[in-house]
Design a protein around this ligand. Structure first.
Ligand SMILES: N[C@@H](CCC(=O)N[C@@H](CS)C(=O)NCC(=O)O)C(=O)O
Length: 344
């Protein structure tokens, strides 16, 4: 065993170090510098050729601990990020009363988000990468689709059912009309849009260009919505303010200009004057503003959608590395070790 190896072993023994530091006021290696206490350990090891590597290693270790700590705190910070796939039974963040499984670009999930925002319900939003659904996701919705709500340990799915559940579970403010017939009418409006308008919207989107037949079909169903507004003779489908049916229909109308960017389709203000006003009024609603999607991301997403494999994590914050710390770590490596490695 060499002197260096032996001194390393002794240096690790606290009793030995204590004695040595008390007895010697100078660094044992270079005999300069004062070593008074354990706190000066670094000075000693810095001066000692044998100790230099130890000091560097100790600093490396400190740095590694720091990196781990940062990674951990990043995870902690991400703990309630909407992109971390929390399970249905995972605890809710403080204040949240339910969990919503969503996807940034999903108009169906947006229905639920609009109702939650209108009712100011604090919730935990989890965006699901629909290309990589975990098995348990099918346990909470056997269709494997978003939105899904987990409330009081129970799962609710299908956007219209979710929205109606929220309307009843969180009664204030009421989004449905209190009149029973009016409520039925509202259902007729969004039912028509769901049954006819939405498929027409997606058919054109999938075509990816202005297919006149498909554009005509979409126009026809938008025309029906225009008729409904005319019969209602109110600015909104719900009446004088945005309500349940407005929020159930809105997500696709928000996307019509984006559909236009892909297919050149335009919702004519001449053919649909009431709807044109409705759209501009809806944009003024703070709830709509809170839930709006990023148009650029949507266009990218739907260009991919046409190819059949969209990126469902679009818009997600991707965790960043910590390059500056890794750089330091590299810089602290013992030059001798580095040399030996590079010679190999
Ligand atoms: N009828 C469903 C439709 C929901 C739906 O189609 N959601 C899409 C995302 S926008 C989905 O989850 N698709 C599953 C997949 O693409 O794997 C509802 O109203 O909730």
């Amino acid at each position: 065993m060499s002197f260096i190896q032996m001194s390393r072993i002794f240096l690790r023994l606290p009793a030995f170090r204590e004695k040595m530091f008390q007895r010697n006021s100078n660094c044992r290696s270079c005999l300069s510098g004062t070593v008074n206490s354990q706190a000066d350990d670094k000075l000693f090891t810095k001066c000692s050729p044998a100790g230099r590597y130890q000091a560097v290693t100790a600093q490396n270790n400190e740095l590694k601990v720091e990196i781990q700590r940062r990674r951990f705190s990043k995870r902690q910070k991400m703990a309630h990020s909407e992109d971390e796939l929390r399970r249905p039974n995972d605890p809710l963040p403080p204040g949240a009363v339910l969990r919503l499984y969503s996807m940034r670009m999903c108009p169906y999930a947006q229905r639920a988000r609009l109702v939650l925002a209108a009712k100011k319900v604090p919730y935990d939003r989890v965006n699901v990468d629909l290309n990589n659904k975990p098995d348990w996701f099918f346990d909470i919705n056997f269709y494997g689709e978003v939105p899904v709500i987990i409330h009081n340990g129970k799962n609710i799915f299908e956007s219209l059912i979710c929205a109606e559940y929220l309307e009843e579970a969180f009664p204030e403010p009421k989004l449905y009309s209190s009149d029973v017939y009016q409520r039925a009418l509202e259902r007729i409006y969004f039912n028509h849009w769901t049954k006819k308008g939405i498929p027409a919207f997606y058919s054109l989107l999938k075509a990816g260009h202005l297919d006149l037949e498909l554009a005509e079909r979409l126009d026809q169903h938008i025309g029906k919505m225009e008729e409904f507004l005319k019969t209602a003779s109110t600015p909104y489908f719900n009446g004088t303010k945005p309500g349940f049916s407005d929020y159930m229909i809105w997500p696709w109308f928000e996307r019509i200009p984006m559909l236009g960017k892909i297919t050149d389709y335009e919702m004519s203000s001449e053919k649909f004057p009431l709807l044109t006003v409705w759209v501009s009024q809806m944009w003024k609603d703070p709830v709509v503003q809170e839930c709006k999607i990023d148009p650029e991301l949507f266009i990218q997403h739907y260009i991919q959608y046409r190819t059949g494999r969209p990126d469902f994590t679009i818009g997600a914050s991707k965790p960043k590395g910590i390059p500056e710390a890794l750089e330091n770590l590299d810089g602290l490596r013992d030059p001798a070790t580095r040399d030996r490695q590079s010679k190999k």
